[in-house]
Design a protein. Structure first.
Length: 177
């Protein structure tokens, strides 16, 4: 058998084992299995509330925003101010990295610079407004400000270095269907 077939079989076996465990948890009354099922249900419900509207907005972005506009403001000739725009966009992105990666792909297809896309992905992991407010309420505003002042420049520097590295290696991102 090919390795790919074995991997597929293992995935299905693990899924079947998971479903059997969850089902038997309700039959035999295993509290941890019931909690796992409840957590899965809560997670899926949350994702169903966030992802469809986010994907509709991404689709509208694909249709309504012209490639020339993205290339002008976020392309290779963009100003350093574009990094600020990426951080602001990342801060307002709802849904975390589940939404950030499709947005980043859409920006890439529209001609945004790689370093700006990397900045967006990094910032969407650490600069979301709700997360920042939550953090400030528990750890204090001083901690949050220090973390942001430290993290944001590191994200930008890392994004620029990664872009230069990939360009030097003549790396191309290919579309898969």
């Amino acid at each position: 058998m090919k390795k790919q077939h074995i991997t597929s079989i293992v995935k299905y076996l693990l899924l079947a084992a998971y479903i059997i465990f969850i089902a038997s948890s309700f039959i035999i009354d295993i509290p941890s299995g019931k909690k796992i099922a409840f957590n899965l249900y809560t997670f899926l419900l949350g994702m169903l509330k966030v992802l469809p509207p986010a994907f509709i907005l991404i689709g509208l972005f694909e249709v309504w925003v012209k490639k020339e506009s993205v290339e002008k403001h976020l392309g290779n000739d963009s100003s350093p101010l574009a990094y600020l725009w990426m951080i602001l966009l990342a801060g307002t992105t709802v849904g975390g990295l589940y939404v950030a990666f499709p947005v980043a792909h859409s920006l890439f297809k529209k001609g945004a610079r790689l370093s700006l896309i990397f900045t967006y992905i990094g910032a969407s992991a650490i600069c979301r407004i709700p997360m920042t407010i939550f953090e400030a309420s528990f750890l204090g505003i001083k901690f949050t400000i220090i973390r942001l002042i430290t993290s944001i420049p590191l994200i930008i520097i890392t994004a620029i270095i990664l872009e230069k590295f990939l360009i030097n290696k003549d790396y191309k991102i290919t579309e898969t269907k």
